[in-house]
Write a protein that binds this ligand. Sequence first.
Ligand code: NAD
Ligand code: LMR
Length: 325
Amino acid sequence: MSRPAKRITITGAAGQICYSLLFRVARGDVYGPDQPVILQLLDLPQAQAAVRGVVMELDDCAFPLLAGVMITDDPETAFRDADAAMLVGSRARSKGMERRDLLAANAEIFKVQGRALNAAARRDARVVVVGNPANTNAAILAQHAPDFPAENITSMIRLDHNRAASQLAAKAGVGVEAIERLAVWGNHSPTMFADWRFATAGGRSLPELIGDETWYRETLIPTVAKRGTAVLEARGASSAASAANAAIDHLHDWIHGTDGRWVSMGVPSDGSYGIPKGLVCGVPVTCAGGRYERIAGLTFDGFAQSMFDRTVGELAEEMAAVAAL
Ligand code: NAD
Ligand code: LMR
């Protein structure tokens, strides 16, 4: 192991998402098979014993790439010299709650962690916020990290992207890897907009291949939008392994590139598509050279515009609600 290890801060280490996430990161699923990693695990004081138990299991896996593990309840210690951060730790919703119901509970967490990120992480660290409401938590984090590059603070909408790709592939009777040019816009919430208009499978237009606009509007979009609730009701707990997988996809693709494929990421608005600055909004991107680039110049028809406006409007409302807190 000659390369210096990459330091990855992961919050919420005792939680159910991390019970999948940590093992895959330690195995090399983010940085690749030749890159040692050090995990810097943050959780609350009362969760430290549980984190120690998870770390025993990490030890017992004897992962060759795992060069070290640090456990702490101090945010600044957790973010020290981080190359990447996966912000999972927050309150998860229970049955009957919407993700926005977590706004007040989680805003304070991301304020404190924004300050710690600002103080301690490397300036080129890549950050993905998973804890809900993920987009707005990422925006709060950025507000409290004024010396940290805002473009490196992103939120996860990849789970919705993967959910949509999987549903589309099944409907079209193709492998999921054939699905290209899929876009998921907006908030990781029931308003998010899975947009198939540009999507292709094996180079053919997916809307033409499936040929059923009603299925798209009345089945695909609501199925993806309500998938988190469906999993929560079936499992009695919110999605965990699929969320961990999406977080790994998000960070892996950002670091290693997408080879021209579109993926969806929550990124800070640069004003494109009329998205107000200050919001962190799901958009289609490609990644290359360790950077993401927004897909530019897409046009909207009436239906798409109304869906887009609704989800961006919800993000603006969430930010206003936070400002009022
Ligand atoms: P969980 O309740 O199992 O675990 C959360 C962990 O975070 C706990 O160990 C808790 O102690 C810890 N925590 C709470 N406050 C903290 C703080 N201030 N600092 C550090 N750690 C803290 O929840 P989970 O199922 O692992 O889900 C975590 C979050 O991810 C939830 O908000 C959930 O809604 C969200 N989520 C997002 C997506 C997405 O697509 N963006 C998908 C699934 C879940
Ligand atoms: C999901 O989409 O599965 C997560 O955001 C968890 C949730 O609360 O729905």
